[in-house]
Design a protein around this ligand. Sequence first.
Ligand SMILES: *Cc1c(COP(=O)(O)O)cnc(C)c1O
Length: 426
Amino acid sequence: MNQTEQTPVPSISLAQARELDRAYYLQVWGDRPICIVGGEGCHLIDSDGNRLLDMIGGIAVNVLGHGHPRLAGAIAAQAASMIHCSNYYYNPSQALLAARLAGLSEATGMRGARVFIGNSGAEANEGALKLARGFFYRQGKPRAKVVSALHSFHGRTLATAAATGQSKYSAPFAPLPAGFVHVPFNDLEALRAAVDDDTCAVLLEPIQGESGVVPADPRYLREAESLCRRSGARLIIDEIQTGMGRTGSFFACQDSGIRPDILTLAKGLGGGVPIGALIADGETAKGFVIGDHGTTFGGNPLACAAALAVLDVYQEEHLTERAGRVGAMLIDALRRLGEAQPVIAEVRGRGLMIGIKLTRPLAVAVRDSLRDRGFLVGSVGAEVLRLLPPLILPESAIEPFVRDLGDVLGICAASADRQAASNATA
Ligand SMILES: *Cc1c(COP(=O)(O)O)cnc(C)c1O
């Protein structure tokens, strides 16, 4: 093992970060209210020294929170030895991670699974789509059509943007890869009408995250499975956000009792280190032969060592069950708040993947006020608040969070009422 030196992490003020971003970064994010300089457990620390409870978890990424000693140690040890060696050679972390993920996929009924490791969710889905097409091509019966759902989200590469059922992600970038068809989510009839003998894949999320935490009806997923069995199309389940135990099962699709042909994972897999994986059952995996797919960085020792450490912590601390249990407590507390607070229309999701649908367009105001009180949450559109906290969230964090949320909802609703009244008199 080589020696490591302690080098301080870069730190600048919010004003400096904002100025540099405006001058040099591609303007895709818009203005951001704070600059995060560090983290500790379930808290992030901003450049003014404020500690913020992280209820969005880097968008379902920071499953072990921030600065987890096991994860940080595994990354440091792997980095001190070797970060990258290319896929010209075997590396232990990649081989071990593939075996772990293949084993975990057996809970969905997948057999003889094979794994490919890339660097992001989009890359995992891109690989899954290529594999589904390759599967039919290799049999000499190419099929082009991919059926996915409206309001889905599958990534931002051209093919995954084409698969995504929201034109805002793809319209400016036409022409898109061909063959992508979208059907209304949870509409069994529409799915039956769309899946045919030219369909190579049906691609679905067990819970649509980016459109506001909308669960698939289990019957819908089972119908998708049986349509795939009938037509031969591959069933690709995008578990990039729902996977890694977040919903209380390692893969959310386990709850519907369906057997996917291909699963994709990313977000939480590396605990924050960029990594994505596709897992294909033994039969489907034959769709790629040597040279059909590849990556320079994917499966590198650093990312794989991080993922192995994450999975070790899951096993030792039963994090999947924990997400189910703590998530159920949080959902209960939010539903009780909803009974007292008419601005809450619905609390939906499973485990620690939660959407709070409001009756009024207050999500952004509520999100911003919660930040001022030390809580980071997400918002989707104008009416949904989104929670994707670390799976290590302590039970003791629930009560103060829900109390402040209740206060903020009341204040924001009253202020919107005053605004409406003054508009009416003006
Ligand atoms: C985030 C996400 C992706 C894309 O992952 P990236 O790592 O951002 O490319 C794809 N599908 C789902 C369901 C996601 O939540």
